[in-house]
Design a protein around this ligand. Structure first.
Ligand code: ADP
Length: 476
């Protein structure tokens, strides 16, 4: 039986039964009037009329009671009694109709299906079976009554029958009783199926609702995260703008300082050169030595400033490239010759192994490529031991020109190998061997080579030497 009722009373099963009774009660009454036969006693008519009015009155009362019920919950405690009364009234009425309208040989016994179905709707499976069994008993009882089984004559309806006829009628009644029980059983089972399906559906709905809640929670969290991300994005954008501004300021400062330093440094350079060349008068050898040291230091300052400017240009994207076809080996030869005086000064032999056949022309920016070659050869000389040999070579590889510089110098320690091309990095053994150096040369070289579409790498064993390689495609 339903333990909860919808708030709309019209949807209650008891309300539907009351409405249905307005139709089936008059129908049953009419049938009983029509189906009366000669055997039906005269007294049957007032009894049936009275019963019909009792049913009508009962239905008015049921309907009134239901309308007055304060709430579904308040009604629940009366429900069993209320619905039991409805079923009992119907059973009593249909029994009378059955008795007075030809018994089981008429058609009024079908009315007993009404309370059976109503009981299923109101009380569920068990209620349906009980009312079905009760209907069967009532039909049996009516049959016994109408067949004069009881010793007393009930309002004259019982006519004495032969045993055979009685048995036959009882057989028919039993079939009807079994039919009611079957109907009760079948109806109840269908109801149970529906109830089970309802339960399953409710379970699914509950699960669905839970998932919806979980999704809502997730959506909320996503919302929060999205808001956070937007906020972070705004913060990052503004931080980025600040950094770009700072970077621009740094660039400007480097550029201004470098240009401001260049003029006095170049004045110093020419003054020292004039003194060294004895344009202003004789200088002693000792003085010359001192002046040469000053000149060298000045040159290093110029190189450092140029390197810093180059790095700044690289990073700010201001560096413009001008690619033209060049004879690469000539470029290498030029740089070797330029650096020979420094090498000779250190008693280092620089060998250039020129290619047997001229190399195909390669498109490079000659000025920037000169810087790269100069840096690599200069490093090889700088980090070589006195009296050793530096070998420089260029050849045509499979698809690119291959240039290399090999020295037998201090080499690169394993822990420094990964950082050699980083800005301002100098390995510890390089710092202790050669105090001068900015750690910018290889950084610039790598960036220039990359811009040419080439590669730069090295192999080295510490204290045995290093070989630097560059490959350049014929067109960048
Ligand atoms: P710098 O030579 O001015 O220090 P570079 O950028 O040219 O700067 O070189 C970075 C570092 O790489 C050097 O300080 C040195 O530690 C290492 N290095 C470069 N070339 C050689 C070489 N031929 N032999 C040994 N170490 C080298």
């Amino acid at each position: 039986m339903h333990t909860t009722l919808p708030s709309d009373k019209k949807l209650w099963p008891e309300a539907r039964l009351i409405s249905a009774r307005w139709w089936y009660a008059p129908l049953a009454f009419l049938l009983s009037m029509i189906a009366r036969d000669a055997a039906t006693p005269k007294e049957a008519v007032p009894i049936l009329i009275a019963a019909f009015f009792i049913v009508l009155f009962g239905n008015v009362w049921f309907s009134f009671f239901l309308r007055k019920a304060a709430s579904p919950d308040a009604f629940l405690k009366w429900r069993t009694l209320f619905n039991g009364s409805q079923i009992a009234l119907d059973l009593a009425f249909f029994s009378l109709v059955l008795v007075f309208s030809g018994g089981i040989y008429g058609i009024s016994h079908v009315f007993f299906l009404v309370p059976v179905i109503a009981a299923i709707a109101l009380f569920g499976f068990r209620g349906g079976i009980i009312v079905a069994a009760l209907s069967g008993l009532l039909v049996l009882f009516s049959t016994l009554l109408t067949n004069g089984f009881f010793a007393f004559s009930f309002l004259g309806v019982a006519t004495a029958q032969t045993n055979h006829t009685l048995l036959f009628a009882l057989g028919e009644s039993s079939v009807l009783a079994a039919l009611y029980v079957l109907a009760g059983f079948f109806g109840g089972s269908v109801l149970r199926l529906f109830e089970r399906r309802d339960l399953l559906l409710q379970g699914e709905i509950a699960k669905g609702q839970e998932q919806v809640k979980r999704l809502e929670k997730l959506t909320d969290e996503f919302d929060q995260s999205a808001k956070l991300l937007v906020r972070r994005d705004i913060e990052l954008t503004s931080a980025n703008e600040k950094l770009t501004q700072l970077d621009r300021m740094k660039s400007e400062i480097i550029s201004i300082v470098a240009h401001q330093l260049r003029t006095p440094l170049s004045a110093i350079k020419w003054t020292l050169k004039m003194l060294l060349d004895e344009d202003t008068g004789k200088v002693t050898d000792e003085q010359k030595g001192l002046l040469a040291k000053g000149f060298e230091s000045n040159e290093r300052m110029v190189t450092l400033i140029n390197d810093m400017l180059a790095v700044d240009h690289l990073e700010s994207g201001k560096l413009k490239y001008n690619f033209i076809p060049v004879q690469f080996e000539s470029l290498v030869e030029e740089m070797v010759n330029n650096l020979l005086p420094i090498a000779t000064h250190k008693r280092i032999v620089v060998e250039f192994s020129a290619p047997q056949d001229p190399l195909p022309k390669v498109k490079v920016d000659p000025d920037k490529m000169r810087d790269v070659l100069q840096n690599l050869i200069d490093n090889a000389i700088k980090y070589s031991k006195e009296g050793s040999t530096v070998t420089v070579g260029a050849e045509m590889g499979e698809e690119a020109i291959h240039f290399w510089v090999k020295d037998g110098g201090i080499g690169i320690p394993d822990d420094a190998k990964g950082k050699i091309f980083s800005r301002f990095f100098r390995a510890a053994n390089a710092v202790s061997t050669e105090t001068d150096g900015s750690g910018l040369g290889l950084f610039i070289a790598q960036s220039v080579v990359k811009r040419h579409g080439g590669k730069i790498w090295f192999e080295s064993v510490v204290n045995e030497g290093a070989t630097f390689h560059v490959t350049l495609p014929l067109t960048p």
